[in-house]
Design a protein around this ligand. Structure first.
Ligand SMILES: Cc1cc2nc3c(=O)[nH]c(=O)nc-3n(C[C@H](O)[C@H](O)[C@H](O)COP(=O)(O)OP(=O)(O)OC[C@H]3O[C@@H](n4cnc5c(N)ncnc54)[C@H](O)[C@@H]3O)c2cc1C
Length: 479
């Protein structure tokens, strides 16, 4: 029997597998996808957010624990567990040498990226290179890896003790026993039915989630998460809370990745299908706001919106992969985008005349704002008056869902408040402990790396406890 079974094949799973193996455990990793699609959402990532008290490697300046914590507190509106958040923050300051040992390389932040040179360490070659490096290292260390191995359910004993996992369905299902297990199988963002159930119907009779695009892997269907919740594991988070970005409406249903993001929102205005503005486009720096726009668009009729800029914005944001709709006048742009020209012009004229332009500075929370306009644009407000004009249709793009399993600092899955002796969880499956809502760029990988490493170490330690002792402990706990 294997010591540690790791379910999933992205960052959290790989960190857990490597740590467990380094601690001397035999490890089997089960990845739902075929080899060529391995690595889940992690293959699309670019960076992780890192605390540092002095310039370090590719990271400029300093980013203290307190500043990181304040950023997290602000974006989550307080919906975060401070002790676990601080654990993640501190771990982010020490994990990079370990990552480098397993082949991950870092590079300076790209110009035009989300103001992140100080806060985020970028992976050379992106998440795909990180995933490949971790798999290479895992295989070199003797971790067994199986692809095309989706786990449908697990077998649990008293007190949530892990006994075995089943991969495959029905009579074909294979039962795999292990002394300890780490669940790292992502969120449920690719489960269309679950999204529909969570989001329900809006006042217009629409099912908003039918218009959602999924930015990452199609393999994160939440099968195991659902199984665990039905089995009585303690949960955290709301099913509609997620990292959701407003992305190019032309993006594919799955795996569009980062190049479908539209990053010019704060440089212009955004209108809905009725050609009306609905939110402050300049509320805060884009890295702290980009992840709320998917949700904002999801709340609009038809789940569509349009980001409008003029040529003053060009060169100030990462250009999207597909060119925008272009026109020489705002009226012509409305026509090309299929928006009612009269309402569109009313919205744009009201915005243009409400702009109070001070010293425009896109790298600071500048003093360019609107006056007497609802909703206001509180920074970077400049009239859209310089042709050509551009528009991008936006759809909600789900990155990952936040509903997950509740944990404490040991990463153990909990049942009725009691920690399982040998079942642990990491990554998106528990990110909701730290992210009740909102997001700040790079924290997904910080959470997965911190808790993946903890879960792997804990699972290796649990695998050394004789099963009889574990059973005894569970029955004491139950008594
Ligand atoms: C386009 C995009 C860009 C992103 N950029 C960043 C970034 O730059 N920085 C950042 O911090 N975060 C980023 N994120 C978020 C980041 O991807 C996640 O926070 C992180 O990768 C989650 O790691 P994970 O291991 O929990 O999940 P994943 O990497 O998604 O891995 C889950 C794994 O579980 C497997 N799986 C699912 N179900 C089963 C099952 N039943 N049995 C077996 N295996 C299963 C999947 O195939 C997959 O391999 C991005 C996400 C996307 C989609």
């Amino acid at each position: 029997m294997v010591d540690v079974l790791v379910i999933g094949g992205g960052n959290a799973a790989l960190c857990a597998a490597l740590m467990a193996r380094e601690a001397g455990a035999s490890v089997l990793l089960l990845e739902a996808s075929p080899r060529e699609w391995r690595g889940g959402n992690t293959q699309h990532t670019r960076n992780l957010r890192c605390m540092h008290d002095a310039p370090q490697g590719t990271l400029a300046g300093t980013y203290s624990e307190e500043e990181y914590w304040r950023d997290l507190l602000q974006v989550t509106g307080g919906q975060t567990d401070e002790a676990l958040a601080r654990l993640v923050i501190r771990a982010s300051s020490t994990c990079r040498p370990w990552m480098e040992k397993h082949g991950v390389r870092f590079q300076p932040s790209l110009s035009g990226a989300l103001h992140t040179a100080r806060t985020n360490a970028f992976f050379m070659g992106g998440g795909k290179a990180l995933v490949n490096a971790y798999y290479r290292s895992a295989e070199r260390l003797g971790v067994q890896v199986r692809y095309n191995a989706p786990v449908e359910r697990v077998e649990l004993g008293d007190g949530g003790r892990f006994i075995a996992a089943f991969t495959g369905t029905g009579a074909q299902a294979e039962r795999i026993e292990a002394r300890a297990c780490v669940l790292a199988a992502g969120g449920f963002e690719s489960n269309r039915e679950w999204l529909r159930e969570a989001w329900g119907q809006n006042a217009l009779g629409e099912y908003p989630s039918d218009n959602f695009l999924i930015r990452g892997t199609r393999f994160n269907t939440g099968t195991l998460l659902k199984y665990m919740l039905d089995a009585g594991a303690d949960s955290i988070g709301e099913p509609t809370q997620a990292h959701m970005v407003a992305i190019d409406a032309r993006a594919p249903l799955y795996d569009g990745g980062i190049c479908t993001r539209i990053d010019c929102v704060s440089l212009g205005v955004v209108v809905n299908a009725e050609a009306k503005r609905f939110y402050d486009e300049g509320e805060d720096f884009w890295p702290k706001r980009y992840a709320i726009w998917g949700r904002l668009v999801a709340q609009q009729p038809g789940q569509v919106a349009y980001s409008i800029i003029d040529s003053k914005a060009l060169g100030r944001f990462m250009p999207p992969v597909f060119p925008g709709t272009q026109a020489d006048s705002l009226e012509a742009l409305a026509g090309k985008l299929g928006l009612a020209p009269a309402q569109f012009m009313q919205t744009l004229q009201a915005y243009n005349s409400a702009c109070r332009v001070g010293n425009f500075d896109h790298t600071a929370l500048d003093d360019c704002h609107t006056d007497g306009l609802a909703p206001a644009k509180t920074h970077w407000a400049r009239p859209l008056d310089t042709a050509p004009f551009y528009g991008y249709a936006l759809r909600p793009g789900v990155t990952f869902t936040y509903l997950g399993l509740k944990v404490d600092a040991s990463a153990a899955v909990r049942f009725g408040g009691r920690a399982s002796p040998n079942l642990f969880v990491a990554g998106e499956m528990m990110a909701g402990n730290v992210l009740g809502k909102g997001y700040t760029a790079g924290v997904g990988m910080s959470i997965g790396t911190a808790f993946g490493r903890i879960a792997g170490s804990q699972a290796a330690a649990a695998s050394r406890v004789p099963a009889a002792a574990m059973k005894q402990e569970s029955s004491h706990a139950a008594a």
